[in-house]
Design a protein around this ligand. Structure first.
Ligand code: GUN
Length: 291
């Protein structure tokens, strides 16, 4: 069997167009252009590319974006000051602090300092709490992108066993929360695996839906996948030879799975599309609260 390739790039394009229309309608209604402030500290090449792509997406959807670039040696206090200024700026609706941050800066302190109503990453504890309780303000971009891929590809998740590889705050944990909820592309029975999981392949082989988010290139091999499973690859890893690969050995696993996302062109573009959606949501919430 050769798996259906889930076209994240194409699905994300359709979603961006849909958001672009919603942004136009919002502008017409309120006279306000949604505005995302992206903060990039240092010059990590991958982060620079991500931020540039996010800015390009914003522009195409009619969302204003401003990039705040700070040097690698920026003290934490200076970054906190910038976030405070963006929190107070009525013309900034969404704030994204690109991770990772340099070692002199405590990520949690910074993420906690972002105003919850401008927290388009959904990393603030108030927003995480709302997700846990099933009443989200913002949905976390990568898990939401994965969920939308499942919806658009017609994958049935109700009653399915979803196995998530990775327990990160950005992907693993919130992905589990979205999949156990009631609703579309949800109602799954979820297992989260991590570095201490015993006999990992025995667990992954039980998965009807396998979501890989561990940041280890081509970690998931064909023998770890149940025939007919749906495989979502969140990983983006640059190999020494320059190739970009996911956490899944794509060529081997596509022969076992029923559907699989490629890297690049799978989850990545969906994450970016969901950021646009959250920026529009943030602008809408702020226009309602000031009305
Ligand atoms: N770095 C890697 N992924 C992300 C993300 O989703 N948001 C932010 N802010 N930084 C990241």
């Amino acid at each position: 069997m050769s798996a259906q390739i889930i076209d994240g790039k194409g699905i994300a394009r359709t979603i961006r167009e849909e958001i672009g229309r919603d942004v136009s309608a919002f502008l017409e209604d309120t006279g306000t252009t949604p505005h995302l402030a992206a903060v990039l500290v240092g010059d990590d090449p991958a982060s620079s590319v991500y931020v540039r792509n996010k800015q390009r997406d914003c522009e195409a959807a009619g969302i204003r974006s401003t990039l705040h670039r700070l040097s690698e040696s920026t003290p934490q206090a200076e970054l906190l000051e910038l976030v405070a200024a963006l929190n107070a700026d009525r013309e900034t609706h969404g704030i994204l602090v690109q991770l990772p941050l340099p070692s002199q800066i405590d990520e949690t302190t910074i993420l906690d300092s972002v105003s919850p109503i401008k927290d388009v990453d959904a990393f603030h504890p108030e927003n995480v709490g709302l997700i846990v309780q099933g009443r989200p303000r913002f949905l976390p971009c990568t898990p939401h992108g994965c969920q939308r891929l499942l919806i658009e590809s017609g994958v049935e998740t109700a009653g399915a066993h979803a196995v998530i590889l990775g327990r990160s705050e950005i992907v693993g944990k919130p992905m589990a929360l979205l999949l156990i909820q009631k609703g579309q592309a949800a109602n799954a029975t979820v297992t989260i695996c991590h570095s201490r999981t015993k006999d990992l392949p025995a667990v992954t082989r039980q998965a009807d839906l396998l979501i890989a988010a561990i940041g280890k290139p081509e970690f998931v091999t064909g023998d770890m996948v149940k025939p007919g499973a749906v495989v979502i690859d969140v990983g983006i890893n640059r190999l020494d030879d320059g190739r970009l690969v996911g956490d899944v050995d794509f060529e081997a696993v596509r022969e076992v799975a029923s559907a699989i996302t490629p890297v690049p062109g799978g989850v990545g573009p969906m994450t970016r599309a969901m950021l646009l959606r959250n920026t529009l949501t943030a602008a809408t919430l702020q226009s309602e609260s000031s009305a």
